[in-house]
Design a protein. Structure first.
Lengths: 240, 1026
């Protein structure tokens, strides 16, 4: 299960940086403004995020590379082993020796269909209507002491994510995503913090936390985020 | 100017901080509750609804634990109603759009201890989000039905308030999906609607039963002229009372069911002078009396469930005291088999999967059961932690035990911590009946005092569970003893050899309940009109001690003086003695002067442990229809009282508790929430942090050694907040600091408190354990939105030991450091995961420095690490030997990793440059060189393994095995382990020598050959080995 969570971390990480209708549209617009504005986000063609997850002194290096609507790849180095997850609009692959996988395995059609929505590096909330997504304002809810705006985003592909947005800064504090995977309802909660403004004018959370149990988080700390660097399409093909 | 204004502002804010602490639930951040459950005996279930089309999404409504949802037919559940009222009366799913749900709060099994609701809720996303949509004052909702042909039409049956007259009762109807409501059927302010059914073939046909009932603190009445059975054929606009063939009125409560597959067939169990079952075959126009078993007609006010199979009109189910079913339309009934185990008595809910009518879900006073054979046998669902504790107590063992008694589930105890965690099987039932006070004898670890309803108490030996009845008997001049349903048993707080209990008199024993001395006169009002319980029940006599009144309800010996005893009664008296019972002072008039109505139950009394003049008390007046939260303090031995006030308060009060250390820290439990004050009661806030916001908190305990806060909840089992010391600290000025690291006790160095049995628990409720290694705790006044937070641990030499990512939430944060160094970084190239890269040697005892980095600021605090003296098989010397070997192996691991990296690097260079070479001979030379390196590498770490079931072991794996063994053992390394270190050192040396030899043989040759090819030679390892 943890490994599965790990695999989904990639998606939520991309979801953040890309991530994103008092009305739903108002909250969404203020949030987009808070993270750098629609115009800046619409210029994002590619994103490379480098960072690591630290747990009991062990570092797991994680690099996520995404090209807008073209592909995303997450490389994880775990105890000396290379693992990756690749997603493109038409296919996806997973190679996770950490889970005992010995070969590169293609993603199922269902996973690809759901994953396609996540290849949006410009944020699902930016021009969400044109993209076929819907949003709904659910009022406020306390998140660790902050009465957050609660915004439900239903992606075209079916994934439903609830965003908890800080009413002061309009930055995202937490998201919960629900997905039906192989007949199981999987819920993924992700925390976001340490927002930094990039030279491109957009702000991204440099720490992303996934709860492992009461009072325990796996934190992914980003050390470098590169925007619009040329990325070879080869990267979105599995190694032979 | 700026400086001055800042200064002024500073002064003002410090003044403000005096009057407004600003402390609330968020201040306690990660100080989150754990749910101990258990699921062993579970608790009362009031409603079960399933999604017809999938048969595996099921919602369980409980008497005091909210709503639990499963999407896998019961393999796992999660609570989905934790921010709202926890007492559920009825639920309904819109089967045409199953994401739409209604939940009516306020159970309507009208027993003495039934809770109270605050309205009707609706979710449109399968329970993720809820909106309150009205009927706020109905207090009890018994049934919700949705028109199967028009989802906007919804009927809600509301019996209404139990303890007072009210217009907020009857049958409510909405035609706009719950936005607006009108009363479709209203009888009187005394009679509400108990049941409603729609004819699925013609939903304009509506059947409803009405019920007149009332409870007083000392009497129950079911029945009156307002009770009846009604039928409407125009969707509830007009009604006709059904009488033909039914018994003479008055009626009490009627349970009515129609057969969905043949809806003109109706069955009714009509409470009357002679309660019977009645059958109609013509839509209720005519009824025929049918004699039935005792189970079918028993206790109609409590057993109101009657269900007919969705497909088979002859199959009738009557879940009641036990489970009865009929195969002939109700003419005869059989009882469920006990094959497969006992099914808990007292049934209140049944869901039949309409697509597989063999599959039944039953809700009882002891949880949910599933049947796959139409109710003949049952499987218990053991993962619903919804037990209804009345009280909680702890002992002083290590780990300590937790004790408590529950509604219809006896008395139990369990360890607070245990290897493999505290699971269902760790709870031991120690006494039967309804359980209440379950109090350990703090002077004898084998003894506990427990009881069942009406003061039937025993001394139980925990070694054998043999019990000896110790209930005091009436003396010649005593008259009949009056015992509360929930009779207090109290072990002295100052002198634990004193044991107390109370009827109308206070009794004291100093020999563990063997002999008693009456030490008071009648401490109650002794109001005779409140003592006629033999007349209780109304149409059906019901005298179970539940209505016993004018009794003692709470007893507390002062923690400062064993001669000072405070006693509260259920009829409004609060009395104390300062001479161990010779003289008594009644302060009830003083309480009334503070605004608490006369005859209000004194639900708890808490003499202060800091000042003999100070006493706290909680009061419960809901039995007179008053739900206010009454909590009060007196600082002059009860002469004058101050009522605590807060906008946060909801629910009538059960318990007030003073902290054991900080006199300004107070806790209060009510029917709708857990509250705390860090300002001695001046301000209060609702505790959240994984405590359901409207939890029914009946009792509160604080452990004196572990500082755990334990809540006995009436619907969510036992809830514990581990180690509340940060709350004590935050009651002072610390809450105003931007950042604060809490002082840490010296930490014993160990890999947790317990080992691990290997397998995770399967099934049941698993509460885990408190943290095995204490967390490092710090406080952040505000959430950190920009900037990072990390905690670094430094040793005495100033060397960084480990860096741990810090959480950034507002309030208390917890970081878990595993008391180890930073592991060596794993090197790449193997086909096996480097498990050795996950482990680092444990640190040695000493003084370490915690450096908390919050953005650009740094905060430091010492942390003393000590040898674990509790481990008697592991001495300090053993630890030093273990550490030395671990460090040796840690160094060897580093050495081997460096060698592997060198080889990897060389091979990489050969590969990168090799492609440029044209000369076949040189190519061959490179290939031979690379093959030699590969051969060497293949001996250094696993490079060929293809499956975990075909293990490959090379030097890294051999080293890892020993390294992990020694560095995770809390033991002195053995002779062979020490010898093995030498063997592996030899192997590393050999491998290094081999590497050197290979490079000597090839490196220079390769360099020269490549130079000849015009390729800039790679920087290979110096053949001299330097």
């Amino acid at each position: 299960m943890k490994a599965l969570k790990l695999a989904f971390l990639g998606a939520s990480l991309l979801g953040t940086i890309t991530g994103f209708s008092q009305t739903a549209d108002e909250v969404a617009n203020k949030h987009i403004e808070a993270i750098g504005g629609k115009e800046n986000w619409k210029k994002v063609k590619s994103v490379i995020m480098e960072g690591s997850m630290a747990f009991q002194g062990i570092d797991i290096a994680v690099t996520t590379t995404a090209v807008h609507n073209t592909g995303s790849r997450q490389d994880l180095t775990i105890m000396g082993q290379q693992n990756y997850i690749i997603m493109t609009p038409t296919a996806g692959w997973m190679f996770m020796p950490v889970q005992g996988q010995q070969n590169v395995e293609p993603m199922t059609e269902e996973m690809v269909k759901k994953g396609a929505d996540e290849l949006d590096t410009q944020g699902a909330l930016v021009d969400y209507k044109e993209k076929g997504h819907t949003i709904e304002y659910l009022g406020k809810e306390d998140v660790e002491g902050t009465e957050c705006h609660k915004l439900k985003l239903s992606l075209k592909g079916g994934k439903v994510t609830t965003y908890f947005i800080d009413p002061a800064s309009y930055l995202l504090i937490k998201s919960t995503a629900k997905q039906d995977v192989n007949g199981q309802e999987l819920e993924m909660t992700t925390g976001y913090s340490n927002y930094q403004k990039l030279p491109e004018g957009i702000s991204v959370p440099m720490t992303i936390s996934v709860p492992l149990g009461p009072g325990m988080n796996a934190d992914m700390v980003l050390t470098k985020v590169t925007i619009n660097k040329e990325v070879s399409n080869d990267l979105f093909q599995p190694a032979k | 100017m700026k400086k001055i204004s800042i200064l002024v502002f500073g002064c003002v804010s410090s003044l403000v901080s005096f009057s407004q602490s600003g402390v609330n639930s968020s201040t306690f951040g990660m100080l989150e509750a754990r749910w101990l459950g258990p699921g062993t005996m579970s608790g009362r279930i009031t409603s079960i609804e399933g999604v017809n089309k999938d048969g595996k999404t099921i919602y369980i409504g409980t008497a005091g634990g909210g709503i639990w949802k499963t999407t896998n037919a019961g393999a796992s559940f999660k609570p989905i109603f934790d921010r709202y009222c926890q007492s559920i009366g009825a639920m309904a799913i819109d089967q045409s759009k199953p994401s739409v749900l209604y939940a009516g709060t306020g159970e309507s099994n009208m027993r003495n201890s039934v809770s109270i609701g605050n309205g009707l809720y609706k979710s449109t996303d399968a329970g993720d989000n809820w909106t309150k949509i009205g009927l706020d004052s109905t207090e009890h909702i018994s049934k919700i039905v949705i028109d199967p042909t028009n989802s906007n039409t919804v009927f809600v049956a509301a019996p209404g308030p139990l303890w007072n007259d009210s217009e907020h009762r009857g049958l409510y109807k909405s035609t706009d999906g719950g936005k607006t409501w009108e009363k479709a059927l209203y009888i009187s302010d005394k009679a509400g609607c108990a049941d409603v059914s729609l004819d699925p073939s013609n939903p304009n046909i509506v059947y409803a039963t009405t019920w007149e009932f009332r409870r007083l603190p000392y009497l129950f009445n079911s029945g009156g002229k307002g009770s009846g059975i009604y039928k409407s054929i125009d969707g509830g606009k007009t009604w006709k009372e059904l009488t033909n063939g039914l018994p003479p009125k008055p009626f009490g409560r009627t349970a009515l069911a129609l057969a969905p597959s043949a809806p003109e067939n109706l069955i009714a169990i009509v409470e009357a002078k002679d309660t019977k079952m009645y059958i109609s075959k013509d839509g209720g126009e005519n009824w025929k009396e049918q004699s039935a078993t005792l189970n079918v007609v028993s206790r109609p006010f409590y057993f109101s469930t009657l269900v007919i199979d969705p497909k088979d009109p002859k199959r009738v189910y009557r879940p009641a005291f036990s489970f009865s079913y009929s195969d002939d339309g109700g003419y005869s009934f059989a009882e469920a088999s006990n094959e497969g185990g006992w099914v808990h008595s007292d049934h209140h809910a049944l869901w039949i999967n309409p697509n597989n009518t063999n599959q039944l879900y039953l809700g009882t006073d002891g949880g949910v059961y599933i049947s796959l054979d139409r109710g003949v046998t049952w499987i218990f669902v053991s993962n619903l932690p919804v037990g209804q504790f009345y009280h909680v107590a702890v002992d002083n063992k290590e780990p300590y035990n937790i004790y408590g008694g529950l509604q219809d589930n006896g008395s139990w105890y369990a360890p607070s911590a245990k290897p493999n965690g505290v699971n269902n099987g760790d709870w031991t039932a120690l006494y039967g009946g309804d359980g209440f006070w379950t109090v350990p004898d703090l002077t004898d670890p084998n003894l506990v005092y427990a009881e069942y309803q009406g003061g039937n108490m025993s001394r139980v030996d925990l070694r054998t569970l043999k019990s000896v009845s110790i209930k005091p008997q009436a003396g010649a001049a005593d008259g009949k003893l009056r015992w509360n349903w929930n009779t207090p048993i109290h072990v002295g707080l100052k002198n634990p050899r004193n044991l107390y209990t109370g009827a109308q008199y206070l009794f004291k024993s100093t020999d563990k309940g063997t002999n008693w001395t009456r030490i008071s006169p009648d401490l109650t009002t002794n109001d005779r009109k409140k003592q006629e319980q033999e007349n209780s029940g109304g149409l059906s006599a019901d005298n179970t001690s539940a209505e016993n009144h004018t009794t003692i309800f709470t007893i507390t010996e002062s923690p400062l003086d064993e001669n000072m005893i405070w006693v509260g009664t259920d009829d409004g008296n609060l009395q104390y003695t300062t001479d161990a019972g010779k003289n008594w002072t009644n302060v009830s008039a003083n309480i009334a002067a503070a605004g608490i109505p006369a005859q209000t139950w004194v639900s708890s009394v808490e003499p202060s442990r800091f000042d003999k003049q100070v006493v706290y008390a909680s009061f419960d007046n809901h039995m007179y229809g008053d739900h206010k939260t009454y909590l009060a303090k007196s600082a002059d031995m009860g002469k004058t009282w101050t009522l605590f006030k807060s906008d946060e308060f909801t629910g009538f009060a059960h318990k007030i508790k003073e902290d054991l250390v900080n006199k300004d820290l107070l806790f209060a439990g009510t029917e709708m929430g857990m509250f705390a004050s860090v300002t001695g009661g001046r301000e209060w806030f609702r505790m959240k942090n994984r405590i359901p916001e409207y939890a029914l908190v009946r009792d509160i305990a604080i452990h004196p050694k572990t500082h755990d806060l334990l809540l006995g909840t009436h619907g969510r089992g036992i809830i514990v907040v581990d180690d509340i010391r940060p709350m004590r600290d935050l009651a002072g000025e610390i809450a105003n600091k931007a950042v604060h690291i809490f002082a840490q006790d010296p930490q014993p160095i160990r890999d947790g408190q317990f080992g691990n049995g290997g397998f995770p628990p399967t099934g049941g409720w698993s509460a885990g354990n408190p943290a095995g290694i204490p967390p490092i705790q710090y406080y952040l006044k505000d959430r950190i939105m920009t900037g990072d937070v990390k905690l670094e641990i430094y040793d005495e030499k100033g060397q960084l030991v480990q860096s741990v990512p810090g959480s950034k939430r507002k309030g208390v944060n917890k970081v878990y450091w595993n008391q180890r160094m930073t592991p060596n970084k794993s090197v790449a190239g193997g086909t096996k995961m480097d498990r050795g890269g996950m482990v680092a040697p444990q640190v040695l005892p000493g003084t370490y420095t915690l450096k908390l980095k919050v953005g650009k600021e740094e905060y430091t605090q010492p942390l003393v690490m000590v040898h674990d003296e509790s481990n008697t098989t592991y001495s300090k010397e053993d630890r030093l030997a273990q550490h030395a070997s671990s460090m040796e192996l840690f160094g060897m691991q580093k050495e081997l990793n460096a060698l592997i990296e060198e080889v990897n690097g060389e091979q990489k260079l050969l590969k990168e440059n090799g492609d440029k070479i044209k000369n076949e001979k040189v190519k061959k030379l490179l290939k031979t060189y690379n093959n030699s390196l590969e051969e060497l590498r293949g001996g250094l770490l696993a490079t060929k393994q293809t499956s975990i079931f075909a293990d490959e072991e090379q030097l890294r794996e051999r080293l890892t095995e020993l390294y992990i063994t020694i560095s995770t053992n809390e033991a002195r390394p053995s002779n062979l382990q020490l010898e093995r270190i030498k063997v592996l050192q030899g192997e590393i040396a050999t491998a290094k020598a081999k590497h050197l030899a290979i490079n000597r043989q090839y490196a220079e040759k390769v360099k020269q050959a490549m130079a000849k090819e015009g390729i800039k030679p790679p920087v290979l390892t110096d053949p001299t080995g330097k």
